[in-house]
Design a protein around this ligand. Structure first.
Ligand code: ASP
Length: 329
């Protein structure tokens, strides 16, 4: 995709047109629902894409791995635990080494917030942020957006409460940047320490009362308590969390709100969500997981196709594939 950033670190790295193009491409991939191995890179050098996850992950890493292989790319799982990073090598040196081995793009997860910003404008290779500390998780927010548009159509004027540990949630930080661009209003809801003290945005408000936030919402987004990122007294809410902020069919029923419930996973049953709600048709978590592969295929295709200006991605035709330019990919 022409003009697509070489380092996708933050939602704000994308403009609205690029986000719309990603939504269209994701729709194409989902519609086809086939492996594109045969057609996508026909006649091109096979792209080599690595994941380097310096923090735990189930969903994100696997869906990237599947996406790369569905696109016909060569997938390398770069194991950071057994790499030279453990011998004191900097992330930049490691990435330069991968580049010289022929890796075109690396998806990185790190526990250090903003660690990837240093590569903007001076990137060793293409980089996609797979989640950095408490800062950003742009690909999660984009696949959430796709799922919401698929479920609800036009999002303009819709209100969604994000209930949970918003302060420590990188997903929340990306959603707050993304969803208001589509006309949505967000309510960040949670106890003290889980929501910011103030927020400077006309589309985002704060609320410490679960039922009030749910009553105002068209759908909900629940979050896990991000215990591994707590440094102070945030854990004091744990014992009473389910009662005060957890969601169940009973809570939604009493408020007469049979509404969709999103969750980025991993979900902690009995804390932010009850067993009956997660098993109910209101729960959208598995649909988010299903869509994650298609959105991540679109993101990888977009970032790779910008590798050579002679390669353009056809976004509108039936056949979403990279056109071969004079020099190939
Ligand atoms: N999987 C998401 C993340 O990596 C959400 C979470 O861990 O709670 O941020």
């Amino acid at each position: 995709m022409k003009g697509f950033p070489s380092v996708l670190e933050n939602i704000n790295d994308l403009n609205l047109m690029q986000i719309q193009a990603l939504l269209s491409l994701t729709t194409e991939y989902k519609k086809k629902d086939i492996d594109l191995v045969e057609s996508f890179y026909e006649g091109f050098k096979t792209p080599v894409v690595a994941t380097s996850f310096l923090e735990n992950s189930t969903r994100t890493k696997h869906s990237f791995a599947i996406a790369i292989q569905k696109l016909g790319g060569m997938y390398i799982d770069f194991n950071a635990e057994t790499s030279s990073l453990k011998k004191g090598e900097t992330l930049e040196e490691t990435l330069l080494t991968l580049k010289h081995q022929g890796v075109d793009c690396c998806i990185i997860r790190t526990s250090v917030s903003n660690e990837l910003a240093q590569f903007k404008g001076n990137h060793p290779l293409k980089i996609i942020n797979g989640g950095d500390g408490t800062n950003q998780h742009p690909t999660q927010a984009l696949l959430d957006l796709f799922t919401m548009v698929e479920n609800h159509g036009d999002l303009k004027g819709k209100t969604m409460a994000i209930i949970g540990d918003c302060v420590h949630s990188r997903v929340t930080h990306s959603l707050v940047e993304l969803l208001p661009q589509f006309g949505m209003n967000l309510i960040l809801c949670g106890p003290e320490g889980y929501i910011p003290e103030s927020i400077d945005s006309k589309n985002v408000s704060l609320c410490d009362n679960r039922d009030e936030a749910i009553s105002k919402s068209d759908f909900l987004y629940l979050l896990r308590i991000q215990k591994e990122r707590h440094t102070g007294k945030e854990d004091q809410h744990f014992a009473t969390y389910h009662e005060k902020y957890g969601c169940s069919l009973d809570v939604l029923g009493k408020l007469n709100k049979e509404i969709s419930v999103y969750h980025p996973g991993p979900a902690n049953i009995g804390v932010e969500i009850s067993a009956d709600l997660i098993k109910s048709p209101l729960y959208q978590g598995y649909k988010q997981v299903e869509n994650s592969t298609y959105m991540r295929m679109a993101i990888i295709a977009a970032i790779l196709s910008n590798r050579n200006i002679s390669c353009q991605l056809e976004l509108n035709g039936d056949d979403a594939r990279i056109k071969k330019g004079p020099t190939g990919l």
